[in-house]
Design a protein around this ligand. Sequence first.
Ligand code: HEC
Length: 213
Amino acid sequence: MDKATKMNSLTRILTVAIASGAALLLSQCNYAGNQSGMHFFLDMHDSPAVESQEEDPSTLDEVYEGNYEKTMGSLESWGGPGSAARTAPEGTVPRNKTPYLIPAADFDRAAAELTNPLRPTKEVLELGQKKYNTYCAACHGNTGMGDGPVTPRFADIPALTGPDSLVLDWEDGRIFHIITVGRARMRPYAAQTTEKERWAIIHYINLLQKQGQ
Ligand code: HEC
């Protein structure tokens, strides 16, 4: 074998070796499936992530110094130590969220300060209708008369429409406040609806009120 042929076969062997190495590496890449492929560096493989309704053992000792009783499932432990779903620390604001700073009891301030930023266009009213029928009608009724399907089991649901309704002369901000923070037996609906949807619901209630007169 002369020198040139020797170099040639060496190059060939090297090429094959590099190509199969690359093929092996690339075969572990998988953009679509749930297979994570072969892991060469395990550092970040087992991250300490917890699912939102699981216990988070890393927080158990924070407050209870090891005396925490496992009570997951009861409302008590929800958001507290040991729960993976933590309430945000005081003074922090989640990203892309505008904090709602009006205290729950301050209906008058909400009524004075908040105005409906939406115009009652067809789209807005349709959005309001959809969300009202989803979140409010079960109790307050499809036309707002306080006669929703749960009324046999849930007494004294106020009418939002009709001549006797106290809500008729409520400012939009006052209604926004009660949907956002709730009152007495009515739960807040801020988690289920966006601000825009709540203002749209209010336009829809105003429409129902006009129709009811
Ligand atoms: C599970 C039943 C239920 C659902 C669902 C519900 N409400 Fe209520 N709502 C009530 C009850 C009960 C009250 C009375 C609260 C109280 O006693 O302070 C009330 C009160 C109100 C009031 C004040 C009425 C008044 O006369 O003082 C408004 C306005 C209102 N709800 C709007 C809504 C809107 C808008 C939705 C949907 C986003 C909604 N509610 C969903 C049960 C419900």
